[in-house]
Design a protein around this ligand. Structure first.
Ligand SMILES: [Mg+2]
Length: 313
């Protein structure tokens, strides 16, 4: 299979579906879709779906079934967080799960469900060769934040240090029983729903979750917004490298843009809630083709094929 950036695949899907735009709904290509009419409380319904495949998104050797259940719900919830939505429910479709696997998988799902106040309301079970979990999450957002609102002069910021998950994966491939901070970060990524809702409430201009690495996801945001990127400060998690932080996947922090007065308000708001204050990693520029870090161009390595694949080194 020829490697193809995800954006090419999305173009094919959008062309074949050939849907006329519905009202002001956000469709294919953002973190989640905004669907249906405005609710009576003025909020919008937001939906996202995500699939994890054994051998592609996780390995049974170093991830327990509980870890896999947790990750499956968290990776979908991360897309709701990036829209500033709160979840109202999730469905889970499982392929290739043995009967004996169900208890552990669903315990992991339950941990994430309780932590995020997102009930699992339905699903489907099917036989198959490969363990595959698809989680669809439904949420509501007072002000859905899309990727396309960044403007020249807005700061680019991230909710936490990056690279821990990729460093953890490297460690786990070497020692499947590793249990230090980065290994745990890979097996049990964080849920940033509270951060996302707060950021949406103060009016950030664009947001995306960091699922495929800083360079890749910052590029997606900048491309959707038609701005350039000048990055200078990348917060690296203890135990990870700068390369992990820039190109590693699955950190599930939130990357957002806003003007400087809004960023100052975010600092106060997060401090008041006892949350770590986000870090400014750079600025949006007027040259839409610019992708610089420390004054040098960076290359975006897109995930191969249709989805994220582990990339090491
Ligand atoms: Mg996303």
């Amino acid at each position: 299979v020829h490697a193809r950036p995800e954006s090419d695949s999305l173009e094919i899907i959008a062309r074949v579906l050939d849907q006329s735009p519905v009202d002001d709904a956000v469709g294919i290509g953002d973190d989640a879709a905004v669907i249906g009419p405005e609710l009576s409380n003025g909020e919008r319904v937001v939906v996202s779906t995500d699939t994890l495949v054994d051998g592609v998104h996780f390995g049974r050797a170093y991830c327990s079934l509980q870890d896999i259940g947790w990750k499956a719900l968290v990776s979908s919830l991360s897309d709701l967080a990036a829209m500033g939505a709160r979840p109202i429910g999730a469905t889970v479709a499982l392929t290739g799960a043995m009967r004996d696997d169900l208890t552990d998988l669903y315990e992991g799902l339950r941990f994430a469900s309780r932590t995020s106040a997102c009930p699992i309301v339905g699903g489907d079970l099917s036989s198959g060769d490969q363990l595959t979990i698809t989680v669809t999450v439904i949420g509501q957002a007072p002000n859905p934040v899309v990727r396309s609102g960044a403007r020249e002069g807005h700061v680019v910021a991230v909710t936490g240090p990056l690279g821990g998950s990729n460093a953890g994966l490297r460690l786990l491939l070497d020692d499947p029983l590793a249990d230090d901070r980065v290994a745990r970060r890979h097996r049990r990524p964080p849920i940033r729903l509270v951060h996302g809702a707060l950021l949406a409430s103060v009016g950030v201009s664009a947001m995306i979750d960091v699922s495929d690495g800083l360079f890749c996801d910052a590029d997606r945001l900048a491309s959707a917004s038609g701005v350039g990127l000048r990055l200078d400060t990348v917060p690296v998690q203890d135990g990870a490298t700068l390369a992990d932080a820039c190109t590693g996947g699955e950190d599930y922090e939130l990357l957002f843009t806003c003007d400087r007065p809004v960023f100052a308000a975010i600092g106060d708001l997060f401090e008041g809630r006892g949350l770590d204050i986000p870090t400014i990693v750079g600025e949006c520029t007027d040259d839409a083709s610019q992708r610089d870090i420390d004054g040098k161009p960076f290359r975006v390595a897109f995930p191969d094929g249709l989805g994220y694949q582990h990339r090491l080194g």
